[in-house]
Design a protein around this ligand. Structure first.
Ligand code: PEP
Ligand code: MN
Length: 296
């Protein structure tokens, strides 16, 4: 069969059915994809035991399915908080023990893959590393045996084709358990005054149609402002996201990183309820959005 797309394994043309990525958890596997809603939430960075445990408990109570927090933080400014490193990974593992939530955390370089794999349930590759082809290949081959899920964020200046090719790099090494994450792109609006990035909502139905992998949306990094998280998250669910990645902190005012875009766990609870209502209305439309582009 001839595949016309530059990315093959991840294309809908090659595999028409939605892929469901399973994340093991104490209470049984969490299934991501095929239109069911999955919520990944947690602080931008793991800061301390008290901060992580309070936030983890609260996001779980709000309805999150996975806990997300950074131990290695790729910061724009080298003088800003860089994360707790392995101590942060240990705290994430402890939070998983206490809450039962599987943990998602970023791997920022090839030299850290083995270390992060020892603690994480899902490996995140961030926007800055979407084009680190050595990292994509190394993560793909390091996880081929275990099929550990990978969360791949769209590069902030990557086209959709480049994004799907980045996923293909991982898949080609033998791991197709990839969750895509749209997190906004840079446009002339990205001066941070109103929007940190431009939410790429329109990419959701495109990616669904082109690719069978689950795709979640990050309304936190795509907007950069707390008050924009809810409206953009709701729009993303309406446009077909399989879930959301949201930054939440038990005390956003105290956050060492991205506090201005972090929502409280109370806000999460309200938002998740609204998302479920929107999905009920739009569920039937999802199968239409999942058809390969241009096909009846
Ligand atoms: C993050 O998710 O914590 C993060 C750093 O996001 P991004 O890679 O999308 O900037
Ligand atoms: Mn962040």
């Amino acid at each position: 069969m001839r595949i016309s797309r530059p990315y093959k394994l991840v294309s809908r043309e090659f595999r028409p059915a939605d892929r469901v990525v399973e994340v093991p958890s104490a209470a049984g596997p969490i299934r991501i994809g095929a239109g069911r809603l999955t919520f990944l939430a947690g602080p931008c960075a793991v800061e301390s035991e008290a901060q992580l445990m309070a936030t983890a408990k609260a996001v779980k109570a709000a309805g999150a399915h996975l806990l997300r927090g950074g131990a290695f933080k790729p910061r724009t400014n080298p003088y800003e908080f860089q994360g707790l490193g392995e101590d942060g990974l240990k705290l994430l593992a402890e939070a998983r023990e206490r809450t039962g939530l599987p943990v998602v955390t970023e791997v920022t370089g090839c030299d850290k893959i083995d270390l992060v794999m020892r603690y994480a349930d899902v490996l995140q590759i961030g926007t800055r590393n979407m084009r680190s082809y050595d990292l994509l290949k190394s993560v793909g081959s390091a996880t081929a045996a275990t099929q550990m899920p990978i969360l791949l964020k769209r590069g902030d200046n990557a086209t959709i084709v480049e994004f799907l090719n980045a996923a293909e790099y991982i898949a080609k090494e033998g791991n197709e358990n990839i969750i895509l994450c749209l997190r906004g792109i840079r446009t002339y609006e990205s001066d941070g005054k109103y929007l940190r990035n431009t939410p790429d909502i329109g990419a959701l139905p495109v990616v669904r149609s082109e690719c069978h992998l689950p795709v979640v949306f990050d309304p936190s990094h795509s907007t950069g402002k707390r008050y924009l998280v809810r409206p953009v998250a709701l729009a993303a669910i309406a446009a077909g996201a399989d879930g959301l990645l949201i930054e939440s902190h038990y005390r956003p005012d105290l956050a060492k990183c991205d506090g201005q875009q972090s929502v409280t766990p109370d806000e999460l609870k309200t938002l998740f309820e609204m998302c479920r209502k929107i999905r009920e209305i739009t569920q039937a439309d999802l199968s239409r959005a999942s058809r390969p582009n241009g096909r009846p």
